[in-house]
Design a protein around this ligand. Structure first.
Ligand code: C5P
Length: 314
């Protein structure tokens, strides 16, 4: 999470994530699923601006980032529908996160918050969770709470399973609902191509459709493969248990799998509960070649990205 201060306004770049590995260990009594997943923050960003006020109001508005609106209007149905609905209004997760933080703090500090969206929704990229984490980090600083990360993490977990991960960023093994974070050190930077097809997927619907395995896989091989730099090992270890469930709900997931299988990536997989698919590439140049190939197939919005280091302390 990159932060800049300009005239007492905080500007944060809230990254997306991919799941390099996702195993479903079982269904829990609270309706959630027990997970073991390796998440990596990636360089597709929403931007959040935050200025503290003393009037007790959370004044929130959400816009398309400059460039996205033009792409939405100019690129036609297939690409444009990756950004159908703007998450406006007081039910936005950013407002919920700030209300929740104020509840715990017991204060009525206010803020003017603007969110500029680039990360597509219903994509498995964690955009909304990252926005919520950015809002918590911004408020912690601008409201001068100075809470340590573990305390902020508890509030983050109440907002959503993926929100605690974004407080840390980088690459991490996440367990429980996804909220128990174990940062991974010395994981290499990966060059990626990510495609968001025209149709998104609902996370609860995909989880409902998933059958937890009797013999779950461990993330240990993915971590060892990544750290070894051995492409063959990485290809075999990238994994997502939710993919068959997602494939049964949307034909786009199978279409993307077929397209990625034929495009020469080191590894490819669906991220989170979909519907985005990613390819791990040999390097930045290779990612450029793959992105051009995938763009020509008109499968949706195509992004080039890299994995990111952990957040600097705010
Ligand atoms: O925690 P979050 O609000 O992101 O979860 C959205 C939905 O995804 C949950 O309501 C649940 O249906 C599903 N989910 C799950 N197990 C998880 C995480 C999410 O079943 N570990």
């Amino acid at each position: 999470m990159h932060v800049r201060v300009q005239d007492s306004v905080l500007w944060l770049h809230a990254p997306a994530k991919i799941n390099l590995f996702l195993e479903v260990l079982g269904r829990r009594d609270d309706g959630f699923h027990e997970l073991e997943t390796v998440m990596a923050a990636v360089s597709i960003f929403d931007t959040l601006s935050f200025s503290a006020t003393s009037n007790g109001r959370i004044d929130f508005a959400c816009h398309w980032a400059s460039g996205i609106e033009a792409q939405r209007l100019s690129r036609g149905a297939v690409v444009g529908s990756a950004w159908e609905a703007l998450p406006e209004g007081t039910d936005n997760i950013v407002v919920k996160a700030l209300e929740r933080l104020r509840y715990h703090v017991g204060s009525r500090q206010g803020a003017v918050v603007r969110l500029f969206k680039r990360i597509p929704a219903a994509a498995g990229l964690g955009g909304a969770s990252s926005d919520a984490a950015a809002a918590l980090l911004a408020a912690n600083r601008a409201w001068q709470l100075n809470w340590p990360l573990p305390r902020l993490r508890q509030v983050a977990a109440e907002i959503g399973s993926d929100v605690p991960f974004f407080l840390h960023g980088g690459t991490a093994v996440c367990r429980g609902r996804g909220e128990r974070i174990e940062p991974v050190r010395r994981f290499p930077t990966l060059s990626l191509v990510i495609v968001r097809p025209p149709i998104g997927l609902s996370t609860p619907a995909v989880f409902r459709q998933c059958r937890p395995p009797t013999d779950p896989l461990s993330s240990a091989e993915l971590l060892a493969a990544g750290q070894s730099g051995n492409h063959g090992r990485l290809s075999a270890a990238v994994f997502n248990r939710l993919r068959p469930a997602a494939e049964s709900l949307s034909p786009w997931v199978g279409r993307l799998r077929d397209a990625f299988a034929g495009c020469g990536a080191i590894a490819h997989e669906m991220t989170g509960s979909g519907s985005c698919y990613f390819a791990v590439c040999r390097n930045h140049r290779h990612a450029g070649v793959l992105a051009r190939r995938l763009r020509a197939m008109r499968l949706g919005a195509v992004y080039r990205a890299t994995t990111l280091p952990p957040n600097a302390t705010l």
